[in-house]
Design a protein around this ligand. Structure first.
Ligand code: AMP
Ligand code: MG
Length: 413
């Protein structure tokens, strides 16, 4: 590899993250389309969603109990129960009079004339009357959410640019929106390279392995908001790798797995260079994942970005979460935030490696006060079974041995 383009450009872990974030902040977002609410998760709104009516649309009781006048709810004063109003119903008995109470359910509209709801647990009952349990008082407005207090009709509740998740879907549904305008999913070409690989419908020979990476990558692309396009396996020949890259160029992002190490049959960088690639890094000081490659290819008058991820499955997945996922989110039109790092307490002492940030499959126990992370025993970056026993990656900083009880970063997946 004499080409100046492919000269080793090995960067530190933090620098690599910064490069991806910088690129991600500058990418242009895809066009918009209308999408059914249920296929909108992980996508980015391109319109404002407004309240189609006041929310709540009526003075809403937040408790099961009795609608009363707060001023009449005092020790010893008995109120006559004149009826009941259920959720979904209107009270049809006109304005509630003095000395009266109406039984009410959570979510029902508070009848005119009542100004508070007393919860059932605070009520004494007998002979068709109710009164305050000892020591219980009530203030005007208690247990009522007034009409329009959450939103007024026409208020913007979700702004264009918002990333859609369950909370946003709930709100859009509450506004009667079965469809919303969102950004299209960027198409992501997935190319596995390797002479040893077979597809799932083939029986592997004794020394062959199944192409699991394409499936893992497709799942991760989808979760990050992209539309995966799985391509045929590229054998470790120039022609094959060239043909797949050519095909992959029709998409908006290209991910290759395998063929980026220093071996004789690792051809990916070489072939990318033949296409005029500009490399932003050709290695990162991390483990697993060191050979990861990031850059861009000329495409028409513009560019498209590519990643060459190492073929070992855990390396593939870790490097996806660190680098591809943030960029892909940016390509979906979302704010580019970094990988999902959180802090947790390390359960056991760990040895560091000089010059490498390690990201090891680990299990994070989601404790309210003290989330604890424990590295899972593994046989190295091909150990899919160990990785599936993990739920995150523990980040061991470059060159610093760690003690049990140290707080470290954890990469969620
Ligand atoms: P490479 O990065 O091409 O040197 O691949 C390293 C190792 O990763 C290979 O020897 C395989 O064992 C494994 N590997 C490569 N590609 C895949 C794939 N698509 N699916 C599962 N394992 C793979
Ligand atoms: Mg290979």
């Amino acid at each position: 590899m004499q080409d100046v383009n492919t000269q080793a450009l090995v960067v530190g872990f933090v620098d690599a993250l910064a490069i991806v974030l910088r690129v991600g902040a500058g990418v242009s977002a895809p066009d918009e389309e209308r999408s059914a609410l249920m296929t909108s998760t992980g996508r980015v709104l391109t319109e404002d969603v407004t309240a189609d009516r006041d929310q709540p649309p009526f003075d809403r009781s937040t408790r099961d109990g009795f609608a009363v006048r707060a001023g009449e709810w005092s020790a010893g004063q008995k109120l006559r129960v004149v009826g009941q109003v259920r959720a979904g119903e209107a009270w049809s008995g006109g304005e509630m009079g003095a000395g009266q109470a109406i039984e009410i359910m959570t979510g029902a509209a508070v009848p005119a004339g009542a100004d508070a709801v007393v919860m059932i647990e605070h009520v004494e009952e007998g002979g068709g009357e109710v009164w305050a349990a000892a020591g219980r008082t009530l203030t005007v407005g208690e247990n009522i959410v007034p009409r329009g207090s959450e939103a007024r009709q026409g208020d913007v509740l979700l702004k264009a640019g918002t990333l859609v998740g369950a909370a946003e879907i709930a709100l859009a549904a509450a506004c009667g929106r079965a469809e919303i305008a969102v950004r299209k999913r960027p198409r992501v070409a997935i190319v596995a390279t390797g002479d040893e690989l077979v597809e799932l419908d083939e029986t592997p020979g004794d020394f062959q392995i199944r192409n699991s990476n394409s499936y893992a990558l497709a799942a991760m692309v989808e979760a990050a908001g992209g539309a995966p396009v799985r391509m045929a396996i590229a054998r470790d020949t120039h022609e094959d790798v060239r043909a797949r890259i050519e095909e992959g160029r029709k998409c908006e992002l290209l991910i290759l797995s395998g063929g980026v190490s220093a071996g004789k049959y690792d051809l990916v960088e070489e072939v990318l260079a033949e296409f005029g690639a500009e490399f932003l890094f050709t290695g990162v000081k991390m483990q697993p994942g060191k050979p990861v490659v990031f850059g861009r290819l000329p495409k028409g008058k513009s560019w498209m970005y590519f990643f060459g991820l190492p073929g070992n499955p855990i390396s593939t997945q870790v490097t996806f979460h660190c680098f591809v996922e943030p960029l892909l989110r940016g390509m979906c039109g979302a704010d580019v935030v970094g990988p999902k790092f959180v802090q947790a307490t390390l359960a056991e002492a760990m040895r560091a490696k000089a010059g490498l940030t390690r990201l090891l499959p680990a299990f994070l126990r989601h404790d309210l006060l003290r989330p604890e992370v424990r590295v899972v025993g593994w046989q190295g970056s091909g150990d899919l079974a160990a990785n599936a026993r993990a739920n995150c990656y523990a980040v061991l900083p470059d060159g610093r041995d760690l003690q049990a009880g140290d707080v470290i970063s954890v990469l969620l997946r």
